[in-house]
Write a protein of this length. Sequence first.
Length: 299
Amino acid sequence: MNDWIQDNSFVVIVGLAVATGVFLFAALVLAVLWRRARRGVSRDLRDRVALERERLDLELELAEQGSRLTIVRELHELIVHSVSVIISQADGARYAASADPQVAARTAATIADTARTTLGDLRRVMDVVRAGEAQAGPQPSLSSVRELLKVMRDAGLVIEFVETGTRLDLKQGTELAIYRILQEALANALGHGGEGTEVRVSFKWTDHGLEVLVDDDGIRAHARREGLDPNVEAQQRAYSQEDDLAALTQRPTGRGISDMRQRAELFGGVFNAFEVPGVGFSVSAIFPGIQRAPSAERR
């Protein structure tokens, strides 16, 4: 046996080297897969914890809002009944006035008492509504955009923000709609593109309007995370004219897209969203005729 090993030492050495190389390569592959799986598990765990926290908060909020709605509904039924009583008493007083003024006077006193009770119920309804609004907290506006960008950067996006023109003083509802569109667009970029996705947000103000544009490179970001060259990947993927036309003409669907479109159209805006082949996603909301807020409505 030893003689055979000595006679074939070169073959043995080569075989051991090959076996060692295969073993090291397999160990490296397993280490990479294990590390990637561990990152995925950690990310999934963080996502589940965040979703569970959001679910509990929503359940508590829905329970409280449900209680408020029950109170409002019960008070509403009492108010409807009281108004019905007031109407019937007023009709009776009108007919009794000509025959017996004293009856009309007593009826008027009853109407006044019922109206006072109804007014108290209405005030209680308003108290419940105000309590719900106070708990909801102040709504965000365009002054909160930079805070939103910071939050999304901390979540993993790489954001460039460009603003040109003179900012208009808009009504609160318009500012809230623009803020929510931007918030949803950034959330979609993070959800579909993942960490490291580069996003360019631009606000272009004109004399009477605003153009909001959000472009991300989610497809390229995915290639980078996989250790691939996004430029090479884009070149290797051939897109036909039909693919480009579909990307520009087909309207993406989904709850987030629908919400953004509805918010834009509610304030006279034009919303558009489409995939940029080989790059990522683009969202635009153009408000060509938004006006400055009246002085009485300015914050």
